[in-house]
Design a protein around this ligand. Structure first.
Ligand SMILES: Nc1ncnc2c1ncn2[C@@H]1O[C@H](COP(=O)(O)OP(=O)(O)OP(=O)(O)O)[C@@H](O)[C@H]1O
Ligand SMILES: [Mg+2]
Length: 278
């Protein structure tokens, strides 16, 4: 990762696709800004010229039809996909993300749909999984210290796990998702990206995870949530960003948006065109 200095003149970069998107939060500085991000896979333009902002203490929902480019956008921020062009800014610094370690070092965490938890290990072990190379050096921590810290983290997020020494395989889907989210934020995360966090969950478990998302926001994090469930989106999101065929086609303040308008943006239908005449 390289840092190439602050915004020229203290302003966010303007890009061919336009400057920062209009928003009532424009008096605050975004923690994360993507500008004119493009990514193709062979002949597929998965992303073209996408601008995307995340502010501290907000939940941004990223919505769009299958194949719209949502996961590609998240993987670009996560350092899994390297964009063909475009810029990424974090806390006012232009940053280059060359791999997953770069966003991790910045405080950007991702929870993928498959969660990447180890079923046979207990909750404590999963919370520490894969962090060996990240400060602080967790290998030097004793089992007791790890368990104590795991309990503290779960408590601070109000995640109720009967016993953190239970294997992941013994948890419900909602509890697993909560452990994955807790793991992603326990290392000083400032932005967390959740790809379909409630897709496989029942009503009660979905509620738990949505509450956890709001708790993260209230703790000051910028939370990006991909979801196909617009009811969930309207429950937690402050802003809704719509992708269609790799392009950002709309950004909406949740309070000013309707599900009908979002659906129209997702499908490309003209808003109101098919409303019945009265
Ligand atoms: N690694 C890849 N190799 C080739 N094509 C890819 C790859 N990743 C994504 N694509 C293509 O890029 C486009 C965007 O895919 P992406 O996974 O970002 O969509 P999505 O919005 O997350 O869809 P879904 O809602 O189905 O998860 C699709 O046409 C997909 O087939
Ligand atoms: Mg996806």
């Amino acid at each position: 990762m390289t840092e190439t200095g602050g915004w020229p003149g203290g302003h966010p970069p303007t890009a061919p696709s336009g400057g920062p998107p209009p928003s009532v939060t424009s008096d605050r500085q975004p923690i994360l800004q993507l500008r004119a991000i493009s990514k193709h896979f062979g002949a597929v333009e998965a992303l073209s010229g996408v601008d995307f902002d995340v502010y501290p203490s907000e939940v941004v929902a990223l919505v769009g039809d299958n194949g719209a480019g949502k996961s590609t956008l998240v993987k670009t921020i996560a350092g899994i996909n390297i964009p063909d062009s475009g810029e990424i800014w974090f806390e006012g610094q232009h940053v280059a993300i060359h791999g997953p370690r770069d966003p991790a070092a910045l405080g950007i965490s991702t929870v993928y749909q498959d969660l990447a938890l180890c079923d046979n290990l207990d909750v404590v072990a999963n919370l520490y999984l894969g962090r060996e190379e990240v400060e602080p050096p967790v290998l030097l921590l004793s089992e007791e210290r790890m368990e104590q810290r795991a309990r503290e983290v779960l408590k601070s997020l109000d995640v109720k796990i009967p016993n953190p020494r239970n294997p992941i395989a013994a948890l419900s889907g909602g509890q697993r998702q909560s452990v994955a989210v807790a793991r992603s934020v326990m290392w000083k995360a400032k932005v967390v990206l959740l790809d379909e966090p409630t897709a496989a969950l029942g009503v009660q478990q979905t509620k738990q995870v949505l509450e956890l998302i709001l708790r993260l926001r209230n703790q000051g994090l910028g939370v990006v949530v991909i979801s196909h469930n617009l009811a969930n989106v309207f429950e937690v999101a402050d802003r809704i960003v719509v992708l269609r065929l790799g392009k950002r086609v709309g950004t909406y303040e949740r309070k000013a948006a309707s599900e009908e308008r979002i659906v129209a943006a997702i499908t490309g239908a003209e808003f109101g065109k098919f409303q019945p005449q009265v």
